[in-house]
Design a binder for this molecule. Structure first.
Ligand code: GDP
Ligand code: MN
Length: 389
């Protein structure tokens, strides 16, 4: 689960990590009191959405007067921001954040992730931070440094020394770096983050170190023990289909392709997506209906994938181990009765009560392409999506 920049910065502030003071703006009327509270300008205004790349998309602006600030708020509130990370539809802009502008001397990059290769919390740092960090990683990977923290030993002074050196810090900034690292590590571990990113971490012209942007991602599996963070959830920023799926305990992720998949089991779902890709198609989603799928849940899942207008064919791949194939067939039929199905539907049922399930679909009068072999099913789905069936 993602947080907004202003929420992430509040977590940093609580951990004594230096961030600018800021105010949240939800309506034009909030602009004047915010500027008054923050004191003299210039200020920096930032659109709050769950995506990066805001700077390059016009979502970050330095403003020098209340009129400029109002114009920025008027231009963005209620609109959608499209960045390279949002997809074409963009994300709704309901909140802006305003801070006194910082006089930046250098922009650095610093983040924490869980490195699955080493199973350790790992710092990633670069002296080339800012809006082109992706390009830095691609063209000059030598400027990106990684350093893991042993979970039993925790953060050690040498971590700070090594990273400060990698970032080219000296003087006051180098001195402030150790405590800042400690604060970030504490936020990351205590708040169950799966990623915490500061970009840019600025060295100011006065030689101070300050976090100018912050991205925080909560490990959703830990949501039950982080109620304060869960309370910051902004559902308007989430994919509506993924949100709907969550309500029915379905594991659903929206993707870019046009072949919708419904599969039981995450591993089988991944394999199904791989096969679609191998046969020249592209999956529209990842969807695992789970081992204990009921007819109702299958029906909900079916409605979910049909609500995606880019879908041109559907591939259902069920291996009935715990779940019974006749129940799945019932769910499919139930859903098809409720919605007007005009898309080609390829079904592969195998395992417990597969024959019963297949017979139910065959007798339903629906134009279903039934396959027992997964490769053939994927091929049929790809052809169907291309309009060849
Ligand atoms: P992002 O593009 O979504 O990552 O948004 P950021 O919050 O990182 O802002 C983008 C860029 O705006 C930063 O890399 C900075 O160059 C610039 N920026 C952000 N805050 C300030 C500030 O207070 N002062 C100045 N001069 N530039 C800023
Ligand atoms: Mn940034």
């Amino acid at each position: 689960m993602n947080l907004h920049e202003y929420q992430a910065k509040a977590l940093l502030r609580d951990a004594a990590v230096a961030v600018p003071e800021g105010r949240v703006i939800r309506a034009i009327e909030d602009v004047a009191p915010a500027l008054e509270a923050l004191g003299d300008g210039p200020w920096v205004m930032k659109v709050q959405v769950h995506a990066g790349g805001r700077g390059k998309a016009g979502g970050v602006r330095r403003v020098k007067s209340i009129d400029e600030a109002r114009a920025f708020a008027d231009g963005w509130l209620g609109r959608r921001l499209v960045t390279i990370q949002t997809g074409a539809a963009g994300l709704p802009v309901d909140v802006l954040y305003i801070e006194p502008a910082t006089a930046i001397a250098r922009e650095l990059y610093l983040s924490l992730i869980i490195d699955r290769a080493t199973s350790k919390v790992t710092f990633i740092a670069s002296d080339a931070g800012g809006m082109d960090i992706e390009e830095v990683a691609e063209t000059t990977p030598g400027r990106i440094h990684a350093l893991s923290v042993h979970p039993a030993a925790g953060l050690m002074p040498y971590h700070a020394r090594k990273l400060a050196f990698a970032l080219g810090l000296s003087g006051d900034a180098a001195k402030a770096f150790g405590p800042m690292l400690k604060g970030l590590y504490e936020v990351f571990t205590r708040k169950d983050a799966s990623m915490l990113e500061i970009n840019p971490l600025a060295v100011t012209e006065a030689g101070e170190l300050i976090a100018l942007d912050c991205k925080f991602v909560l490990d959703s599996s830990a949501g039950y023990r982080q109620p304060a963070i869960m309370a910051m959830r902004d559902e308007a920023q989430e994919d509506p289909r993924e949100r709907e799926a969550g309500k029915h305990s379905l594991n659903y992720v929206t993707l870019d392709g046009d072949i919708a998949c419904m599969v039981n089991g995450a591993g089988l779902a991944m394999a199904t997506m791989d096969l679609i890709q191998l046969e020249g198609g592209t999956p529209a989603n990842f969807l695992d209906v789970g081992g204990g799928a009921t007819a109702e849940r299958v029906a909900e899942a079916f409605k979910l994938i049909l609500s995606d207008s880019k879908v041109r064919a559907i591939l259902i791949n069920i291996f009935g181990g715990i779940v019974r194939c006749d129940l799945i067939a019932e769910g499919i039929l139930q859903a098809v009765r409720e919605v007007d199905l005009r898309l080609p539907l390829v079904v592969r049922l195998e395992g417990t009560n597969a024959e019963q399930g297949r017979a139910m679909l065959a007798h339903s009068g629906l134009a279903i392409i039934a396959e027992t072999d997964l490769t053939r099913a994927a091929q049929a789905a790809v052809r169907a999506a291309q309009g060849d069936i």
